[in-house]
Design a binder for this molecule. Structure first.
Ligand code: NAD
Length: 250
């Protein structure tokens, strides 16, 4: 597969390494600010217009301010796009309209970690299965490095939403500390801030007899790069037209 990388920062460079290992060719690299050349010696171009022919798919990880312009230009050039850039989703409808008008194809996701997606599915499946057995109470926690400003994490909120939707006994989440026993329908979810943990999420099902604990631990950004390259492979493998998310691929 011939890939054009649009955005050659931390993610673009990691995606390049991941794509080369998976046997793909980086045919163009577009970044107006990055210095030097790509790992395979290819010179870095400034705009999407600098991409030549023969591209099967573009992988776009740039900045919130540049993503929409890049995506539209790629769609107009007939190049399928996988984008991981965040912070532009208020313009999603506009991008969808361009994809429709150009009969183009786009995958977007704010989190390309396939492990996180699998974890969310497994957690929801477990909550649904445990719903039959009243003796299992449900709770969870997330842990992140001590520089993280917010809590709970966005992934924790998604996890809790999926667990709540998959069963009937818990109807709401409590993220704050409790100075009382939780109500039966409350799912208590705690946040821990410590050290350099890049992200841990856990949900557990607890009975008198045992605990079932399902945990996802991030080790590095490679999971995001691998998911983006796999999304590009999925998009380029068959001529899919339209706008997709990672869930469609999985
Ligand atoms: N979806 C996911 O799974 C996921 C994972 C990690 C990061 N991200 C997002 O991806 C984006 C990039 O992350 P990063 O860590 O690589 O950032 P980064 O700052 O290291 O790199 C961004 C690069 O984009 C380049 N750029 C700026 N304007 C451009 C333009 N018009 N065209 C092409 N390139 C341009 C910059 O020069 C820079 O090299 C961010 O929005 C980040 O939040 C998403």
């Amino acid at each position: 597969m011939n890939i054009a990388l649009v955005g050659y920062g931390k993610m673009g460079r990691l995606i390049e390494r991941t794509a080369l290992v998976r046997g793909h060719v980086i045919i163009a690299v577009i970044d107006p600010f990055a210095e030097g050349v790509a790992a395979d010696g290819r010179v870095i171009g400034k705009t999407v217009a600098d991409i030549g022919g023969g591209v099967n798919v573009a992988i776009e990880f740039s900045s919130p301010a540049s993503a929409v312009g890049n995506i539209k230009a790629l769609l107009a050039a007939g190049i399928p796009v996988v984008t991981g850039t965040t912070g532009w989703y208020d313009q999603l409808a506009e991008v969808e309209a361009v994809a429709k008008a150009t009969d183009g194809s786009l995958v977007w996701s704010s989190n390309y970690s396939i492990g996180v997606r699998l974890f969310l599915k497994i957690a929801a499946f477990a909550a649904n299965a445990a719903d039959l057995y009243e003796e299992y109470d449900i709770a969870g926690y997330e842990s992140h490095h001590n520089k993280k400003a917010d809590s709970p994490s966005g992934t924790a909120k998604t996890l809790v939403e999926k667990v709540l939707a998959a069963q009937t006994r818990k109807t709401k989440a409590v993220y704050d500390k409790l100075d009382r026993p939780p109500a039966k329908d409350e799912l208590h979810f705690a946040s821990i801030r410590t050290g350099s943990d890049p992200g841990t999420h856990a949900v557990f099902f607890d009975s008198n007899a045992d605990t079932i604990e399902i945990i996802h631990r991030v080790r590095n950004r490679e999971g995001f790069a691998s998911g983006a390259v796999r999304a590009a492979e999925w998009l380029a493998a068959t001529p899919r037209r339209g706008v997709f998310t990672l869930d469609d691929m999985l």
